[in-house]
Design a protein around this ligand. Sequence first.
Ligand code: AMP
Length: 223
Amino acid sequence: MSKIIVLMGAPGAGKGTQARLLQERLGLPQISTGDIFRALAKANTPLAEEVRAIQQAGRLIPDEVVIRVVEDRTAQDDCRNGYVLDGYPRTAAQARMLEELAARQNKKLSTILIDVPQELLEKRMTGRRSCPVCGEIYNTYFRPPKFDNKCDFHLGAELTHRADDTAEKVRVRLETYNRETAPLLEYYKRTGRLHRVDGTQKREAIYAAIQNILNSDSVATVQ
Ligand code: AMP
């Protein structure tokens, strides 16, 4: 049975980095609702304007909108053999929809928490930069690029800083996560499907831990 790999964790935990590695190495599409809505927000329409305002404030986009986007995206052909969700589900309603979706698509959920202490998350986000060409993720504190504010692979490209990665927005996003999303971990734990990896390790060590979980799925869930 093919899998839906669900990467859980606070904003700044490294879900995007690991989802990109899984996509590159396992060939499973990375579905990042944050990326989808950031792309959508660039248009010049009332919906785009609304999405932009919500994202920039660090609040959540309404469930019915997010659910529709995920239904559409995961119905595409490249998702047939499984996919990686990054940033979804974030609310109880989204988690319920995902159960239905998995049953309908005949796929098994593998839920992995990338666990990072709250005090580290702030620096992870305020220092985060990404390449507008290839999406490579850097951090001015922990993983600086070789040349100042330039992608190692695309020297012509200035790295970008997300509008919601400022200290003030980061605080709102962490509060939203603790209130809306963290309770979902209890639910996955109770149903014996939560795996945990230590997200303070280096990216390759985290990737190796995720690989181990995927290779031996039914064992070693968090009790
Ligand atoms: P991310 O890149 O995952 O940190 O998401 C950035 C922003 O996009 C969030 O702060 C929300 O405004 C919006 N967003 C992304 N995924 C979701 C989701 N599953 N539910 C609601 N809003 C979301």
